[in-house]
Design a protein around this ligand. Structure first.
Ligand SMILES: [Cu+2]
Length: 138
């Protein structure tokens, strides 16, 4: 009887393996070559729904949001500067990235937050000027 009770309780405590879903939003600082907020935060392992909005109205330049590792930021940035911001899909330095976005548009991506730490993000077409940090907490 006790065994049956324990099995029953055990079933009631079944763990769900669904990750926590976190919505993040970031935009450009209007027509300026900058992200409007340059820090974002999410917990490790979360399923992140990120929306990136190009808030420009006047200047026609395209932007994106590229997440990388702290120790690979400078080499990635250097390559973006040299190749007009062309992002190679299988670049191992890139954790995830949005497509390029025109003014007034919003692009959305989903990714699983990496292990805890600070991860830089940048725009591939303005790799020196558009940067920020994603803080991934435990
Ligand atoms: Cu840009």
């Amino acid at each position: 009887m006790l065994v049956l009770l324990l099995i029953f309780l055990g079933c009631g405590h079944r763990r769900t393996s669904e990750p926590q879903v976190v919505d993040l939003y970031i935009e450009t600082d209007g027509d300026f070559i900058a992200f409007r907020q340059n820090t974002l935060t999410c917990p490790a392992g979360a399923l992140v729904h990120l929306a990136f909005h190009h808030a420009g109205r006047l200047v026609t330049v395209r932007h994106n949001w590229v997440l990388t590792h702290a120790d690979q930021l400078e080499s990635l940035s250097k390559d973006f500067s040299a190749n007009d911001g062309v992002l190679s899909k299988d670049d191992p330095r890139v954790i995830t990235a949005t497509p390029l976005c025109d003014k007034g548009e919003t692009v959305r991506i989903q990714f699983t937050a990496p292990s805890p730490g600070d991860y830089p993000f940048l725009c591939s077409t303005h790799p020196e000027d558009m940067r920020g940090i994603l803080h991934v907490t435990k």
